[in-house]
Design a protein around this ligand. Structure first.
Ligand SMILES: [Zn+2]
Length: 302
């Protein structure tokens, strides 16, 4: 941060602003996550209780705070609101502060540049989080987020962050090519079934447009590894609790092709790609360093 800025403004003030800004965008993420899959406008009508249809007044719609003041219930009819809403708002507030720490508060070349970096990376994290959450619920990754995301990622890397065009373009195009060839078409060729969803290549392309080749590669491997880990735990859990369908990790749209009795419960891949990308943004260099050191150690031991 500019020395001038540091002298004038105590750090807690930008941190508080970033938390409030993050919580507000978390609140908007909730609206998008609920309404997008239903094909509803994310702007109109304003927030209302889904049970009694009463509009929620602005003073009852303050992110995080209102939930606790109203004890998680509608003021009019007392219906419980899911804790998920406040969890999304708290997560976005924390992520926003973490992005601020990585940008404006970590000695950027200038105040304006640091602030610009903050908005760019917060928008990226918001898009990852929102699209990942929608995929978790619906097995769909909205083009409305991924396609503009690819364009914005390329443009800011080339014209704002001055990272050149080769790395982000290779990251985006390579991601799309690898995922759609290997997973979408390759899987279909081998098994005759749809494997991964058509949305995953576009989602990883967005990640590549922002994070370049290294970031996209990390997100793919970290995402696949963690997805398999969680998926395996779920399979073990279901084995111990029979009567539940088996689990497989895929993101296909083959639900209609298979009799529902034989349909396997599925885990979407998008949330894990989003998780991998968020991990890379905050800890990528450290994790890659640790991983490389561990591999070098193992090779040395053999
Ligand atoms: Zn109500």
């Amino acid at each position: 941060m500019d020395a001038f800025f540091l002298e004038v403004v105590p750090t807690w003030q930008p941190v508080l602003l970033a938390a409030v800004f993050g919580a507000m965008w978390g609140s908007f993420a909730n609206v998008v996550i609920v309404r997008w899959p239903l094909g509803l406008s994310v702007v109109r009508p304003g927030s209302h209780c889904t049970a009694c249809k009463q509009p929620i007044r602005f003073y009852d719609n303050v992110p995080i705070i209102s939930y606790f003041l109203l004890k998680g219930k509608c003021r009019h009819c007392g219906t419980r609101f899911s804790f998920r809403y406040v969890l999304v708002e708290i997560s976005m507030a924390l992520l926003s502060v973490a992005v601020l720490q990585m940008t404006l508060l970590s000695n950027p070349p200038g105040f304006l540049f640091g602030l610009t970096e903050y908005f760019i990376w917060f928008a990226f994290i918001w898009a990852l989080f929102t699209a990942g959450a929608i995929d978790l619920e619906t097995f769909l990754l909205p083009d409305a987020i991924t396609l503009p995301g690819i364009g914005v990622g390329l443009l800011v890397n080339i014209f704002v962050l001055k990272n050149g065009w080769i790395d982000p373009l290779t990251g985006a195009a390579g991601s799309y090519a690898v995922l759609s060839l290997l997973f979408v078409h390759g899987y279909k060729l081998l098994t005759g079934k749809n494997g991964m969803g058509e949305g995953d290549p576009k989602f990883l392309a967005m990640i590549g447009a922002f994070l370049g080749v290294r970031g996209a590669g990390f997100s793919l491997f970290a995402g696949a590894f963690q997805g398999l880990l969680i998926g395996s735990l779920l399979v073990l859990y279901r084995r111990k609790n029979p009567g539940q369908p088996d689990l497989e990790i895929s993101d296909g749209d083959d639900a209609t092709e298979v009799d529902s009795r034989f349909r396997k419960a599925r885990v979407p891949f998008g949330p894990f790609l989003a998780l991998g990308a968020i991990e890379y943004f905050f800890f990528g260099d450290y994790l890659i360093q640790q991983y490389t050191a561990a591999v070098a150690y193992l090779i040395g031991a053999v």
